[in-house]
Design a protein around this ligand. Structure first.
Ligand code: C2E
Ligand code: MG
Ligand code: MG
Ligand code: MG
Length: 282
């Protein structure tokens, strides 16, 4: 049976085929089509004040893609593919456009969303004019710098750091806050971090997972919080899933909480409903 149908057919029965499809050009082609057909959208994960976890203080915009045939594909799968091709630049521009359009629309409806963070890939920073493109989109939708925040990871700093630092500086001068994402999982030197005009440090889920029962994760989280405090940075814990993780973070002075315990990433309509029902940050 399958064997006799030849090589191509046989492959369809191999386990992990979809995985391999997703890694290669199939995914790249589909993503290109998704950009053309406008199949990407943003969801919004609320962030809460650790001292008062009912108080909405921010959100992170996260990309979602549903392919008509393959179904939902996670950013963990398609962002690396985009980063290996030229697609990441277009993807980055699309995120900026979608976010500015959305925040502009909420604003026009009389709502006051808290500052919303979005993720920027290293390559976006290395292409010059990222900042001017962002500022242009903001102006077009009547959005001020304090309504957005840019997240980037330590990997952003590994090469072309002259251009990266220039872009980062330009963002800061324009008044856009900067957050270092997934802190502790990359290779950036503390020396590099010291040079950055950061506003926020995000403690990665990898470490948050162990809070309350893994002393090494706790040591890393404690050190990260202490360093952030010394540098005057706001701290956000991401991937908070349990009450004991929340309690640990509260006891150790973390400022903000993001995680499934308090809220999953929400569709725009659902996040909008939250803006009606919650006191947003002043
Ligand atoms: P990230 O920036 O660190 O985003 C946080 C990720 O953790 C999100 O995954 C979010 O859904 C997930 N998360 C939050 N709380 C919890 C929790 O309590 N439990 C669990 N299990 N997960 C939680 P997501 O949306 O799948 O995104 C994965 C990564 O893809 C992001 O990590 C970011 O690096 C990248 N990404 C997402 N959207 C964009 C985008 O617009 N542009 C770029 N360049 N990268 C993006
Ligand atoms: Mg992020
Ligand atoms: Mg993160
Ligand atoms: Mg992460």
């Amino acid at each position: 049976q399958a064997k006799e149908d030849g090589r191509n057919r046989l492959r369809l029965y191999e386990p992990g085929l979809q995985q391999r499809l997703l890694e290669g050009t199939v995914l790249e082609t589909a993503l290109r089509r998704a950009l053309t057909n406008d199949e990407l959208r943003l969801v919004y994960q609320p962030q809460f004040d650790a001292r008062d976890p009912k108080r909405l203080v921010g959100a992170e915009a996260l990309l979602r893609w549903e392919d008509p045939e393959m179904g939902p594909i996670s950013p963990g799968q398609f962002i690396p593919v985009a980063e290996k091709s030229d697609l990441i630049t277009e993807l980055g521009r699309r995120v900026v456009a979608l976010l500015c359009e959305q925040v502009g629309a909420w604003q026009a409806a009389g709502l006051t969303p808290p500052p919303i963070s979005f993720n920027v890939s290293p390559k976006d920073f290395r292409e010059a004019r990222f900042t001017s493109g962002l500022l242009q989109a903001m102006a077009q939708h009547g959005i001020t710098a304090n309504q957005l925040q840019v997240e980037f990871t330590e990997g952003t700093l590994t090469d072309r750091s002259d251009i990266v630092f220039r872009e980062i500086q330009a963002l800061q001068e324009a008044g856009v806050d900067l957050a270092i994402d997934d802190f502790g999982t990359g290779y950036s030197s503390l020396e590099n971090l010291k040079r950055l005009p950061l506003a926020e440090l995000k403690i990665d889920k990898t470490f948050v997972d162990g809070l309350g029962d893994n002393e090494h994760d706790e040591a890393i989280a404690r050190a990260s919080l202490a360093m952030a405090q010394a540098f005057g940075l706001r701290t956000v814990a991401e991937g908070v899933e349990t009450p004991s993780q929340l309690a640990w973070l509260q006891a150790h002075g973390c400022d903000r909480i993001q995680g499934f315990l308090l809220a999953r990433p929400l569709e725009a309509e659902d996040f909008r409903a939250m803006l009606h029902n919650t006191d947003t940050a002043a």
